[in-house]
Design a protein around this ligand. Structure first.
Ligand SMILES: [Zn+2]
Ligand SMILES: [Zn+2]
Ligand SMILES: [Zn+2]
Length: 155
């Protein structure tokens, strides 16, 4: 992400926090910036390490977890449950409302794309799950994929 784009996205994040009565403190903002600069999702430990490199002050992983919880509550970051890693929301600078995100995860290069699967597809999935006697706990889907680039080089 380019520096100007990063600045704009962080500004939008600050605004959306203010609108929901929350505060994007400097450290939370820095953690979000680490995620925005990352090309692939990061674990809390990787975030702590990168934070130390970027800002010259170490930060304990425990505080990173707390800040990630905050960022996730504000829909500024998401947790990939399948990988136990985090990534910045792709819609921070958008003004439409945020629905349950779904993720396409490239199994080769780990690049992730946040998408919105059609609600009727999710509803059909939920019905199928319920038909099998289970309850879907989350409609956040994380799908193993090959991205276009990796698909091309594999062919
Ligand atoms: Zn999102
Ligand atoms: Zn958007
Ligand atoms: Zn890929």
């Amino acid at each position: 992400m380019k520096a100007s784009q990063l600045k704009q996205t962080l500004g939008a994040a600050e605004q959306s926090c203010r609108a929901s009565g929350a505060r994007l403190t400097e450290k939370r903002r820095n953690v979000l910036a680490v995620l925005l600069r990352a090309k692939t999702p990061l674990s809390a430990y990787e975030i702590a390490e990168q934070y130390g490199r970027d800002y010259g002050e170490p930060i304990p992983a425990m505080s990173v977890y707390r800040m990630l919880d905050f960022l996730a509550d504000e829909n500024l970051a998401h947790k990939l449950n399948s990988e136990n890693k985090y990534l910045a929301c792709a819609h921070i600078a958008c003004d439409h409302s945020h629905e349950t995100p779904q993720f396409l995860i490239c199994s080769r290069c780990s690049k992730v794309r946040e998408i919105g699967i059609k609600p009727e597809v999710i509803a059909a999935l939920r019905d199928t799950v319920e038909g099998a006697g289970y309850h879907l706990l989350t409609s956040q889907l994380e799908l193993d994929c090959l991205c276009d680039e990796c698909g091309r080089s594999a062919a």
